[in-house]
Ligand binder design. Structure first.
Ligand SMILES: Cc1cc2nc3c(=O)[nH]c(=O)nc-3n(C[C@H](O)[C@H](O)[C@H](O)COP(=O)(O)OP(=O)(O)OC[C@H]3O[C@@H](n4cnc5c(N)ncnc54)[C@H](O)[C@@H]3O)c2cc1C
Length: 383
C-alpha cells in the first residue's frame, strides 16, 4: 500500500491549496459575517476545473477522479468550509447528469455546471421528509410535453441563487419509492417561489426553500426513466457524501492547525499553554481523529476511482470525518479559551460550520445505521 500521492494528484492538491489561500482566505471572515454568496469564486473554481474531476475529458471534465475531487474539497474547506459546498453543488448535479442523463442532456447542461456559469443545486429534502427520503410529497404530473411540479423543498443549498438543479418528485406514488423521478430543472420559469433560511453557520453558502406551484418542467428534462429517481438519489448522495466528508477533514485540519499555533504562542503561568499536558492530550486526540478520518475518506475515494462499490466505505468515512470535524472544532475552541469564543478568530466559525457535517448528506445516525445494518447482515450497503 502506497500512501504517497501520485505527482498529478499532488499538483491538483497544491493548486487548490494555493487558490484557497490566495482567493478565499483574505475575505473568509467577511464572507461569513456578511452571508455573502461568492458567485465570482464559483466561476473561478470552474475555470480551474475543480468541478470536473468526476467527468471524463470528452464531456468537458478533466477525469482526474474521486481522489482529486476529495483533495480539492479538503483544501477549500480548510480555508472556508462554506465555500467548499460550492464544489458539491456543481460537481454533484454534473456527475448525476453524466451517469444517468442522455447524450443531449449531457451536451446541453454539463458545460454550465462545470464552468460555474450555471449555479447548481439538488433538492431532495422537504418539510416532512428529511432522512426518510421516500416520504417526500412533491409530485410531478405529466401534462402533455411537460411535467407539472407541486410541492416544497426545504434546506436546499443554493435555493435562492441557483439557475438549475436536480429535483426529486413522485411521478407515481402507488409505486412507493420506485415512483420517484429525477428532473434537471431550469429554475427561471414562473410558478416557483424561493425563500432564504437563516442558520447557525456556513453563512457564505445560502440555504433556502423552493415552493413549486404547477411549475412546468419540459419532459425532456426527466433524467433516466420515470421511477429511476430513488436509485439516482442514492447514487448521487454517495458521491456528494464523499465531497462532504472531504470538507469535514479540511475543517478538522484547520481547527487542529489553529489550536497548535495558538498553543505555541499563548502563555499562562509563565509557560506556553502547549506545555500543559492536558492541552497536549487534546492536541493528540485531534490529530488522531483527523488523520484516521482522512485515511477513511481517501480509501473511499480510491475505491470509487477503481470502479468498486463504495457505499459502505463512504458512510464509514463520512461518519468519522463529521465527528472529527465537530471534535476538532470544539477542542480548538477549548484551547483558545475566550479567544476561541471571540469573533476575531476563525475558531468560532469552524465550530459553527462543523455542526453541518453531522446533518447533511445523511446524518451521523443514518451513516451509523448503514454501517451497523451491513455488519449485522440486515441490509448490505455495497449491493
Ligand atoms: C446547511 C444544510 C444544507 C443542506 N443542503 C441540502 C441540499 O442541498 N439538498 C437537500 O435535499 N437537503 C439539504 N439539507 C437537508 C439535509 O439533507 C437534512 O437536514 C438531513 O437529511 C436530515 O434530515 P432532517 O434535518 O429533516 O432530520 P430528520 O430526518 O428529521 O432527523 C432528525 C434526527 O433524527 C435522526 N434520525 C432520523 N431517522 C433516523 C433513524 N432511522 N434512525 C436513527 N436516527 C434517525 C437523525 O439522525 C437526526 O438526528 C441541508 C441541511 C443543512 C442543515
Amino acid at each position: 500500500m502506497d500512501f504517497e500521492l501520485p505527482e498529478e494528484l499532488a499538483e491538483v492538491q497544491k493548486l487548490a491549496h494555493d487558490f484557497a489561500e490566495k482567493e478565499i482566505a483574505p475575505s473568509a471572515a467577511q464572507d461569513d459575517r456578511e452571508h455573502r454568496f461568492r458567485k465570482d469564486l464559483v466561476g473561478k473554481m470552474g475555470e480551474l476545473g475543480f468541478y470536473g474531476c468526476l467527468i471524463p475529458e470528452e464531456f468537458g471534465g478533466n477525469g482526474l477522479g474521486f481522489l482529486a475531487h476529495t483533495l480539492v474539497s479538503e483544501e477549500i474547506a480548510r480555508v472556508h468550509s462554506a465555500i467548499r459546498v460550492y464544489v458539491n453543488m456543481q460537481a454533484g448535479p454534473a456527475v448525476t447528469l453524466f451517469e444517468f442523463g442522455n447524450e443531449e442532456q449531457k451536451e446541453k447542461y454539463l458545460p454550465g455546471l462545470l464552468s460555474g456559469q450555471s449555479i447548481g443545486l439538488f433538492a431532495i429534502t422537504e418539510p416532512d421528509a428529511g432522512s426518510d427520503v421516500a416520504s417526500m410529497k412533491t409530485s410531478a404530473k405529466r401534462d402533455g410535453q411537460h411535467y407539472l411540479l407541486n410541492g416544497t423543498k426545504i434546506w436546499i443549498t443554493n435555493a435562492t441563487v441557483a439557475d438549475a438543479g436536480v429535483i426529486f418528485a413522485y411521478t407515481d406514488r402507488s409505486q412507493k419509492h420506485r415512483g420517484i423521478s429525477a428532473f434537471y430543472a431550469d429554475l427561471s420559469q414562473p410558478g416557483l417561489s424561493r425563500r432564504d433560511l437563516d442558520k447557525l453557520g456556513a453563512h457564505a453558502s445560502p440555504t433556502g426553500e423552493l415552493t413549486f406551484d404547477n411549475y412546468a418542467i419540459p419532459a425532456e428534462r426527466l433524467i433516466g426513466q420515470e421511477g429511476d429517481g430513488f436509485k439516482i438519489c442514492m447514487r448521487h448522495l454517495n458521491h456528494t457524501r464523499l465531497g462532504c466528508a472531504a470538507g469535514a477533514i479540511g475543517l478538522a485540519r484547520a481547527a487542529r492547525e489553529a489550536a497548535v499555533n495558538y498553543a505555541n504562542q499563548r502563555e499562562q503561568f509563565g509557560e506556553k499553554i502547549g506545555q500543559f499536558q492536558m492541552n497536549q492530550d487534546l492536541i493528540a486526540q485531534m490529530i488522531v481523529q483527523e488523520e484516521a478520518a482522512r485515511l477513511l475518506v481517501y480509501r473511499a475515494a480510491s475505491l470509487a476511482d477503481r470502479g468498486r462499490p463504495y457505499n459502505l466505505e463512504v458512510s464509514i468515512a463520512k461518519y468519522a470525518a463529521a465527528e472529527a470535524a465537530a471534535f476538532c472544532a470544539d477542542t480548538a475552541l477549548k484551547i483558545f479559551g475566550a479567544y476561541g469564543y471571540s469573533t476575531e478568530f476563525p475558531v468560532e466559525r469552524y465550530y459553527r460550520d462543523a455542526k453541518s457535517y453531522q446533518i447533511v448528506e445523511g446524518s451521523v445516525n443514518i451513516q451509523k445505521l448503514i454501517i451497523a445494518q451491513d455488519a449485522l447482515g440486515y441490509r448490505k450497503a455495497n449491493r
